[in-house]
Design a protein around this ligand. Structure first.
Ligand SMILES: NC(=O)c1ccc[n+]([C@@H]2O[C@H](COP(=O)([O-])OP(=O)(O)OC[C@H]3O[C@@H](n4cnc5c(N)ncnc54)[C@H](OP(=O)(O)O)[C@@H]3O)[C@@H](O)[C@H]2O)c1
Length: 291
């Protein structure tokens, strides 16, 4: 089995987690709605991720809804010591599979209790406030009220650590005035680099940056330069995309999503892939940066 430790570890809350983690969103049905296509495979992916060394799983109770959390519980409860499960609140699903903002104090309290019962825990390891912004990109605006509501639930012992998702630098600064922020989860990958400055800012502050859509999301990344580098290294293009993120900054934690055991194995193997400097230069050009 692949050793994921070459990718290193980074603090997340009061634990250190392996930088190669796993994102559970793809385990729900099509459109992140309803039951998985292959329930047995979904449970097997979760179990193999953890037996392969993954100790950081990203989820939300609005995946399904409830589906991915219940699969995680069925596959892994009682949870191994040291497994950090990060969830998100701030949205609910309509009967038509739509995503609706749910950011009032009552909405957030309900979401935290749903996560607690569906994951089968007494306190959630990390809860990210998912700000709706502009779908997959942030937009400015105060997040003080919803973040203060989560900080109150943290004081009551229901949440161990807080994070943010889909936010700007100004919103992070505002939230840090309310409570400690241990991670930020925004869209970022080889081709989508709006957060370049934010990644570096958070690295300087020792805060984990967890890119969502690390492989490009529902339509995985494709690029001639990426395929070329992959062929030179004898790796797959998506392994190279993950290795690029790992070398980009030490505070980047990966949560690639897959419902396939074969893809899981391929993604975990990227933890040991080293990119020569020349390859990094070629890959940097994909996102239009010389950095
Ligand atoms: N905060 C937010 O707003 C937000 C938004 C989106 C996602 N997330 C989190 O981020 C995690 C990662 O994002 P994501 O799953 O949407 O996107 P992703 O990791 O960028 O890519 C997932 C897609 O790539 C495919 N894939 C994965 N590994 C592959 C491989 N080795 N070869 C070929 N195809 C592969 C998957 O299909 P297969 O299942 O067929 O492998 C799926 O279609 C999610 O699981 C979720 O936890 C957070």
């Amino acid at each position: 089995m692949t050793d994921i430790t070459p990718a290193g570890a980074f603090p997340l809350g009061d634990r250190s987690v392996n930088r190669m983690g796993y994102g559970a969103m793809q385990l729900a049905g099509p459109g992140v709605f309803g039951p998985p296509k292959d329930r047995g495979a979904a449970l097997a992916v979760l179990r193999e991720a953890v037996s392969g060394g993954v100790d950081h799983i990203d989820t939300s109770d609005y995946y399904g809804p409830h589906v991915t959390n219940r699969l995680i519980r069925e596959a892994l409860h009682p949870y191994p010591a040291g497994l950090t499960i990060v969830t998100k609140v701030g949205a609910v699903r309509g009967d038509d599979a739509s995503w609706k903002p749910a950011l009032t104090s009552a909405d957030l309290t309900r979401a935290v209790h749903d996560n607690l019962s569906n994951l089968g825990v007494e306190a959630l390891d990390v809860v990210n406030l998912r700000v709706m912004g502009a779908v997959h990109g942030p937009s400015e605006g105060s997040i003080e009220a919803p973040f203060a509501a989560l900080a109150e639930l943290q004081r009551r012992g229901l949440i161990r650590h807080l994070g943010l998702s889909n936010v700007t630098s100004a919103q992070i600064a505002q939230a840090r005035g309310v409570a400690k922020v241990v991670c930020v989860q925004n869209q970022y990958n080889l081709a989508h680099r709006d957060d370049d400055a934010l990644v570096d800012e958070l690295a300087g502050a020792g805060v984990a940056y967890v890119p969502f859509f690390p492989l490009g999301g529902f339509t995985p990344l494709q690029s001639g330069a990426l395929s070329e580098v992959a062929a030179e290294l004898g790796a797959s293009p998506l392994q190279v995309a993950l290795a690029w993120l790992l070398q980009r900054a030490p505070n980047i934690l990966l949560i690639p999503g897959t419902a396939s055991l074969i893809h899981l194995r391929e993604n975990l193997a990227a933890a040991a892939l080293e990119l020569p400097g020349e390859a990094v230069v070629k890959l940097n050009a994909i996102g239009g940066s010389e950095a």
